[in-house]
Write a protein that binds this ligand. Sequence first.
Ligand code: AHM
Ligand code: MG
Length: 349
Amino acid sequence: MKVAKTLGQFIIEKQADHPYAKGELSRLLRDIGIAAKIVNREINKAGLMDNIGEAETMNVQGEQQKKMDIYANEQFISALQSGGECCIVISEENNEYINIEGEISKDAKYIVAIDPLDGSSNIDVNVSVGTIFSVYRRKSPEGKVTPDEILQKGVEQVAAGYLIYGSSTMLVYTTGKGVNGFTLDPSIGEFCLSHPNMRIPEDGIIYSINEGYYTHFPDGVKKYIKYCQVEDKPTSRPYTSRYIGSMIADMHRNIILGGIYIYPVTASAPNGKLRLVYECNPMAFIVEQAGGKASNGYQRILDLEVTELHQRTAIFIGSKNMVEKAEEMMAFFSPQQKKKTFEGDIVIQ
Ligand code: AHM
Ligand code: MG
């Protein structure tokens, strides 16, 4: 019988690929894995314990926090703090960045951005939720952390990953050398390599967007949706529409099957809803590493300037050819600056 490789074994093996690595990043990933197991255990008991529903607090963006948002946030911060490899945590749930430097982490090189529980409004109804994380290296070896170290562009990430607490629990991550997925085997309490070298198909047949906001979408997005719905055998259209409303679940499916996830600007979210630092940059890094693309409709997500911690952006992410087609529609029907020539080969009906 083939014995599965655990996350711990895989991390150690991969560390040997980088002869100068001292193991700090490996330990940091291990710490995230440990916190994830604790959060997973609690999520599995949703409904049994008093852990579902709203907390009495709001987050910095004025959104009602769920009890599990707070619990997950505490678990990840505490694991990173006791692990000693991270000096700053930037969390979607906290107003400001958190300095966790202490005796154990006084020379810590890494900054971690985290969305502890993405899609948490789904937890009360037993729909998959996720955790998203992103790792940056400090630019200066020591001293006080400066704003430009905290507001790094997505392209500067050294690692990113997500957890999906679904029908099984998975951890998927990249350190810039491809993407690997691990499934939690509850009988041994270990993440085991189940999806080595994940690749997103260049073409897909799934589009994921909250069409309830259709009338508020930019014309480029409306035209792209119509493009997806048009009958065209050679390109396997009409595509299938799938929207769970839990970004990690939608994107995980699209990475495996091929597809595009779009959260554009809308009337109620004029800069987009999703956060650049906690959601879009890490997912863009992962999807690019799997062979896909991520854009704000005009520009690569990973190249966007980060000016504030809780900055939002529109996102078009997934299979390369689908994202490029959507970008083409945006450039032609919702030009950002100057109008570009539409080079599409399709007729919008
Ligand atoms: P959250 O970070 O507050 O949970 O919000 C992010 C979530 C995504 O997981 C999901 O895709 C999106 O919000 C759904 O938003 P909407 O209900 O507007 O479609
Ligand atoms: Mg989120």
